[in-house]
Write a protein that binds this ligand. Structure first.
Ligand code: ADP
Length: 577
């Protein structure tokens, strides 16, 4: 299942909304460009005058004066062009910045289940390739389209003013132009959409192969992976060829439609001069205008083509914004910090429930261990209790308010999920800590680090909290990365923690040290520990045994062992190991 793609009306509406917000600035850019164009248009006009003056006989003085006016016009035009381009580029940057910021906000608020279902390749493709394509369009395309449209309009207008009769020849290329561009546009969008999708798939496949190279080696999936890679590359290549062919045909016919009007103007003009319906000067002026409009039309069409690519990318970017949120804050405030699950069901795939109606009341301050065979649904239950996904059925509440009715920041101040996969984000240590609480000051951050026993190594760093970490910065050891994650929890300060030990990567030497950090964090909070090994269960206040998506036994360790049920059997077999 892919992330949605916005349809054309939606793309048009959102793009127009965006441009409308920059209405005033757009008008300024067009206005400046119009001034610059008027300067450029004065040249053929003055040259035409010169031709007529020379043809009818004039003094060197008049020719000199016209010459100086020409120089002045060129200078003024150059200055105006500079300002027009500058304004256009700055505008392009601002529009792009807004687009990118909105997109990033949307991406970071996407429901996790949607991302998991769609695969990260799709999202990655949209955040990289598609954003790049748009960036190019917005930075250079939007300004150029504005500039060129203004140029074309004014040039044609000037030609008509110079001699309406001669200017008629300018339309000679228009029929071909209209036919080829329309044909092209009809075919281009679907072709470019297929092309973008193919690129996204190729990137996803390559990223996957690189990230999971070890798994691929271990399972000897190399040949199969290579075959798959060849397949996606071939497919991408094919979609590229299709779009390339479309472009080649387009450009051939464009060339024809550009040459036609110039030839037509000269021939038609010569005939009119013969009939005394136009002067040689007027024909010169219009012919020069026709030449002048060519690069502008060509540039505009180039951008119309690029725009097809950009619209396809924009459809994919705006599409991300169409994902339905999986929760909507209701504004209710929890009465207390008691977490309860009622008849909770969850299905990753429709119709395949992984949890079949789980009831569970957490006693504030207790430590509950969740045990059971692999695949029983422990991690899924953990994610429900932490409000990661809205349950498919039933509800999980804190103080009688469903977790998924809380705004995300509030939710995390109640309950947080702790896994053992800790990513160190690129930035300073302080940046990494402030992810938990953007307003945390240095003192609070230091206290949080002290709570997890990390003060020593942090103080040992050259720049302390301001040390750059993550990819390209200082490498943190896995244990340090975990401490950083734990310090974030201290800053978040939730009353309930769900600990998923699924991917315990602890280095045994670091483990004891970390265990201390961890118990400092757990102190005074309600803890749900998903135990993939039973020793954690033994120390817990209560144990919940999950089997096949249900809690089959619940109680203190001793009671469950005495009851001689599932848990007692698990416990005995574990002890024998
Ligand atoms: P446990 O933590 O007890 O090992 P899980 O909660 O991870 O069990 O998994 C319960 C069931 O849900 C398993 O059958 C597993 O294959 C399935 N499952 C887990 N995560 C996903 C997912 N992201 N998409 C689809 N199915 C999943």
């Amino acid at each position: 299942m892919h992330l949605p793609i916005a349809d054309t009306p939606t793309v048009r509406r959102l793009a127009l909304d965006l441009l409308r917000r920059y209405r005033g600035r757009l008008a300024r850019v067009v206005g400046l460009q119009a001034l610059a164009t008027v300067g450029a248009l004065a040249l053929p006009f003055l040259l035409g005058r010169l031709v007529d003056a020379v043809a009818t006989g004039t003094t060197a003085d008049v020719v000199n004066r016209l010459g100086w006016v020409l120089v002045a016009v060129v200078l003024v035009q150059a200055v105006m062009t500079r300002f027009a381009h500058r304004a256009a580029m700055v505008l392009g940057e601002e529009v792009f910045a807004e687009l990118r910021e909105t997109f990033l906000t949307t991406v970071t608020h996407l429901p996790l289940s949607t991302v998991e279902r769609a695969g990260t390749g799709d999202l990655l493709g949209r955040t990289t390739n598609d954003v790049d394509r748009i960036q190019w369009m917005v930075r250079f395309g939007v300004p150029q389209v504005l500039v060129m449209s203004a140029t074309i309009l004014l040039t044609v207008l000037a030609a008509v003013l110079a001699s309406p009769l001669v200017a008629i020849a300018m339309v000679a290329g228009v029929p071909i132009l209209v036919i080829v561009t329309r044909r092209y546009l009809r075919r281009a969008t679907p072709a470019y959409l297929r092309n973008s999708a193919a690129w996204a798939r190729m990137n996803g496949t390559l990223t996957e192969s690189v990230e999971h190279a070890r798994t691929i080696d271990a399972l000897a999936l190399g040949p199969r992976r290579r075959r798959h890679t060849d397949e996606v590359i071939n497919h991408t290549w094919e979609t590229e060829v299709v779009t390339l062919r479309l472009r080649v045909t387009l450009f051939f016919w464009l060339g024809v439609s550009f040459m036609l009007p110039v030839a037509a103007t000269v021939l038609w003009g010569a005939w009119l001069v013969g009939l005394d319906l136009a002067t040689v000067g007027a024909v010169t002026t219009v012919a020069l205008y026709t030449m002048q409009v060519r690069p502008a039309v060509s540039e505009l069409l180039f951008w119309v083509d690029e725009m097809q690519v950009a619209v396809a990318s924009l459809a994919r970017i705006f599409g991300v914004g169409l994902v339905e949120p999986d929760r909507a804050p209701s504004g209710e405030r929890p009465a207390d910090g008691r977490i309860e699950a009622e008849q909770v069901r969850y299905a990753y795939r429709e119709g395949q429930d992984v949890l079949h109606g789980v009831d569970l009341d957490l006693v504030p301050g207790e430590r509950l261990a969740v045990v059971g065979p692999s695949g029983a649904g422990k991690s899924t239950l953990g994610r429900m209790l932490a409000g990661i996904h809205p349950p498919t059925g039933g509800r999980v509440t804190v103080g009688d308010v469903p977790l998924v009715d809380l705004p995300e920041e509030d939710l995390r101040s109640h309950v947080a999920l702790v896994t053992q996969e800790h990513h160190v984000f690129v930035g300073t240590l302080a940046d990494n800590l402030r992810l938990a609480d953007a307003a945390a000051d240095e003192e609070r951050m230091c206290r949080a680090l002290a709570a997890v026993d990390a003060t020593d190594w942090v103080n040992g760093l050259d720049h302390g909290l301001e040390t750059k970490v993550g990819s390209g910065g200082k490498e943190l050891t896995p244990a340090q990365a975990q401490q950083l994650a734990l310090a974030r929890l201290v800053l978040l300060d939730p009353h309930t923690l769900v600990l998923d030990e699924a991917t315990s990567l602890l280095d045994p030497r670091a483990a004891r040290h970390l265990e201390r950090s961890l118990s400092a964090v757990l102190e005074g909070r309600t803890v749900v520990a998903i135990a993939h090994r039973l020793h954690t269960a033994h120390d817990a206040d209560r144990v919940a045994v999950v089997e096949d998506g249900r809690i089959v036994e619940l109680g203190p360790h001793e009671e469950l062992v005495a009851a001689e049920g599932e848990y007692a059997a698990l416990w005995r077999s574990w002890q024998q190991d």
